[in-house]
Design a protein around this ligand. Structure first.
Ligand SMILES: Nc1nc2c(ncn2[C@@H]2O[C@H](COP(=O)(O)OP(=O)(O)OP(=O)(O)O)[C@@H](O)[C@H]2O)c(=O)[nH]1
Ligand SMILES: O=C(O)[C@H](O)COP(=O)(O)O
Length: 238
């Protein structure tokens, strides 16, 4: 047992050995298209990599006992994942997120896990307590959804991994809940303050950088000169 185990309540022990965390990640070049007008290509790519690396570091630090799988078409992303001891899966990305997750889910099932937690790579601030809350909710719900600020799905914990069909896209939290109901599975939709906030638009980025400058420090140091100052102004980052 690691020193971390002291913080875990018995209600999540049922999951620890049987859960795989899945992080889908596009190639940095294709990432964060909604920020194209706000950031230069280089700053946008670096931002997506910084957020992804923050996500890997978070799970390594706070949940070292959980296995992680990264699915991506980018060799750079997969190699970064390996440096954090994550498992890696190449998917060419041509059929989009749901198809990449179907492929990842097959891997997770075949590897013998009973549960899967999908977390996107662009949550502004991951909070260990919120991950524990999801895991506790999985005690009596096959499907646990952390709803995004815009009705998307920012975390999805399913037991078994393929309990429902993935329908990421517009209003995916409702779609995932409906799929659970159709499959007669218990479902909990949770509105968690930090997990609700993925970085989609430049306003989300501004708020995140102001709230947690240390988390974005490396990206800011590298990218300040690259920003398009019409939408995101230097003073927001002071
Ligand atoms: N492997 C893989 N991951 C994907 C794919 N599409 C999206 N993702 C990942 O899924 C998560 C949510 O993605 P989105 O919000 O749709 O994409 P984004 O790059 O963050 O932002 P936009 O391009 O502005 O939509 C992020 O971690 C993405 O990197 C895909 O086709 N393949
Ligand atoms: O549910 C989805 O499709 C996204 O992963 C989360 O939605 P959002 O990026 O629109 O918040």
């Amino acid at each position: 047992m690691t020193h971390h185990s002291a913080m875990y309540s018995p209600s999540i022990y049922h999951l620890i050995d049987k859960l795989c965390v899945v992080i889908p990640m596009k190639s940095p070049k294709r990432s964060k298209q909604r920020l194209v007008g706000s950031l230069s290509d280089s700053a946008r790519e670096k931002l997506s990599l910084t957020l992804f690396e923050n996500t890997l570091a978070f799970f390594q630090r706070h949940f070292p006992m959980l296995d992680v799988l990264v699915v991506s078409e980018s060799l750079e992303v997969l190699s970064l994942a390996q440096s954090y001891e994550a498992n890696t899966l190449f998917d060419d990305g041509e059929k989009g997120l749901n198809s990449a997750l179907d492929f990842a889910c097959d891997w997770v099932k075949q590897s013998g896990y009973d549960s899967q937690l999908i977390v996107p790579s662009d949550i502004a601030a991951l909070d260990p307590e919120e991950i524990l809350t999801l895991m506790k909710a999985a005690h009596d719900a096959s499907v646990v959804i952390a709803v995004a600020k815009d009705g998307g799905t920012n975390a999805l914990l399913t037991s078994p991994p393929d309990a429902i069909q993935f329908e990421y896209g517009c209003d995916s939290a409702s779609a995932h809940k409906a799929n659970a109901t159709n499959n007669r599975l218990a479902c909990r939709s949770l509105h968690l303050a930090n997990l609700a906030l993925d970085i989609d638009h430049s306003e989300d980025l501004q708020v995140a950088v102001i709230r947690q400058p240390e988390r974005f420090k490396a990206w800011r140091d590298n990218s300040a000169a690259l920003m398009k100052k019409t939408l995101i102004k230097e003073r927001h980052y002071a």
